[in-house]
Design a protein around this ligand. Structure first.
Ligand code: C2O
Length: 548
């Protein structure tokens, strides 16, 4: 591999959307941020200069960072943030991965503006396991808030209420024609030629919403998920959770009729919690190369997307994913399990301080937890504490690996939803094969949780609705060709089972990729020991590692 060098100058830039201008954090003045390109096996070196007046850190979402948590990026987990005026070099090698990933800020809600594609081509001379597309196009879904997003979340945390929702969904940063005040310059347009195959590299970088996506009059063939090839399948609508990436092939019609040379692409939220989201369908334009381009793209018919709460459409889409599991791309699913862990994931509450009125459920404050533990961000980085074996004052006791209260959907809702708080981790011995079952509790109404794991991919061996049944459900696991991912949605009122091999020493965050749930504490970390061999130990920290 070669070395690819990038510089991120992080500063404030004025950007206008929905008829309003605000100053937002950007990388090199670009929104969305710059695209990083690499091949499998390359070394990527990104020098970050923080020229803002607030802290920042960057995460290379989905990159495994073997033995190299120093480059992973979540603030206070693997590093202290990069402070104003400081610099930090993220230096990592892409090993055994190829496909679409992305990068984003990993502190508070800064990723709403600081994100971009991280595209990994196969090694030189290695083809895709499908016909080479004519063109490849990254499409990032996002959210735009008219308000300052840091105030949105800090106000929500203060009052205990759910945060205000965004004002628009975006395609590559553009809200498109379904919003008031959007001009054609605010619409993302993908120009295509007839009769060609395009590969759309889809990235859901929205803060708080899973999204349906479709293109009027076209089908999509999904060929890759979270930088892992899958057995191709074709759909008219897909669903993608925040944090997830998906490569889809779009074959354009050989001769679009002369009247309809443009088609709407659309995204709309999937959520079961009515009234707490912006239900606007956002649109972009797929425009065929034509002698006379259409005069207006304002009123293109939108593709039919499922209803906002169509959980069965989501379940049937999700059930299509299968690893390629070929000789060239085997699915290395752990067949035996050394350690079983059961997590309940969901929302909960904190009591309201006596000198305050709180706007959360029944006058409490919203919180979120895993096994009733709401994660507390430490004051210094966990990875450094682990490397130096100095845990006092940084970590609390171990994270609970079984739920403190047995969970049962058929019982009455619990009358105590209060969570416990702590900076807790699960210590894991090197090379342990772990089976993790995540049970959604949906205490505050039905809601799914896209759980993202740093440092690993996992295999999704099973999922279902209702209570996980430890006797009968494991018998139905797919241990042959389950999909390998870094982010999986724990279905609303359901569960998901994943397996991974803990072969990467370090401290690795796992959290809900809805930023609001992360802010409420739906997070934990795995602390994986060094192995016995020299090449199974954490690398030493770089000399410019930021201090807290
Ligand atoms: Cu894409 Cu910890 O996040």
């Amino acid at each position: 591999g070669v070395t690819r060098r990038y510089t991120f100058n992080v500063g404030m830039t004025s950007v206008t959307r929905l008829c309003g201008t605000k100053s937002i954090p950007t990388v090199n003045g670009q929104f969305p941020g710059p695209r990083l390109d690499a091949r499998e096996g390359d070394r990527v070196v990104v020098t970050v200069h923080n020229r803002m007046s607030r802290n920042v850190s960057f995460h290379w979402h989905g990159i495994r960072q073997l033995r190299n948590g120093w480059a992973d990026g979540p603030a206070y987990i693997t590093q202290c943030p990069v402070q104003p005026g400081q610099s930090y070099v993220y230096d990592f090698t892409v090993t055994g991965q190829r496909g679409t990933l992305w990068w984003h800020a990993h502190l508070s809600w800064l990723r709403v503006h600081l994100y971009g594609p991280l595209l990994i081509l196969p090694e030189l001379g290695v083809p895709y396991p499908f016909a080479a597309p004519y063109k490849e196009v990254p499409i990032l879904f996002g959210e735009w808030f008219k308000a300052d997003t840091e105030s949105v979340i800090s106000q929500a945390l203060q009052t205990g209420a759910g945060p205000n929702v965004s004002d628009a969904y975006t395609f590559n940063g553009l809200p498109g024609p379904t919003y008031n005040c959007s001009s054609s310059k605010d619409t993302y347009t993908l120009k295509v030629r007839p009769g060609r195959t395009y590969m759309l590299r889809l990235i859901n970088s929205a803060l708080n919403d899973e999204l349906f996506f479709g293109i009027a009059n076209h089908t999509l063939t999904v060929v890759e998920a979270d930088a892992n090839y899958i057995k191709p399948f074709t759909v008219t609508t897909l669903v993608i959770s925040p944090g997830q990436t998906m490569n889809v092939l779009l074959t354009t019609s050989a001769s679009p009729s002369s009247q309809s040379q443009s088609f709407a692409m659309a995204i709309a939220p999937y959520t079961n919690t009515q009234g707490t989201f912006d239900n606007t369908t956002a649109a972009a334009v797929l425009q065929y190369d034509a002698p006379t381009p259409p005069s207006s793209t304002q009123n293109l018919p939108l593709p039919a997307l499922p209803r906002y709460n169509d959980t069965s459409a989501v379940a049937s889409f999700t059930s299509n994913f299968r690893s390629l599991a070929s000789a060239q791309y085997p699915a290395r699913v752990p067949q035996a399990v050394d350690r079983r862990v059961l997590f309940t994931v969901g929302l909960g509450t904190d009591p309201c301080p006596s000198n305050q009125t709180c706007q959360g459920p029944n006058g409490t404050k919203f919180a979120a937890s895993i096994n009733n533990n709401s994660f507390v961000r430490p004051r210094s980085a966990l990875l450094e504490a682990h490397y130096q074996r100095r845990y006092a004052g940084v970590l609390m006791a171990n994270f609970p690996t079984t739920p403190p209260h047995p969970f049962n959907y058929t019982g009455a809702p619990p009358n105590n939803t209060f969570v416990a708080h702590g900076t807790r981790v699960v210590p894991v011995k090197f090379n342990t094969s772990v089976e993790l079952v995540m049970q959604g509790t949906a205490i505050q109404g039905a809601e799914s949780h896209p759980l993202h794991m740093h440092g690993f991919n996992f295999f999704v061996v099973g999922q279902g609705f209702g209570n996980y049944d430890p006797i009968n459900d494991p018998a139905k696991y797919n241990l042959v060709d389950p999909v390998e991912r870094n982010t999986v949605s724990v279905p609303t009122a359901g569960w998901v089972a994943v397996r991974f091999l803990a072969d990467n020493p370090g401290v690795w965050l796992m959290h809900c990729h809805f930023d609001v749930h992360l802010s409420w504490g739906l997070s934990m970390a795995w602390m994986v020991d060094d192995g016995p061999l020299p090449n199974q130990k954490m690398l030493p920290p770089p000399s410019d590692l930021p201090k807290c």
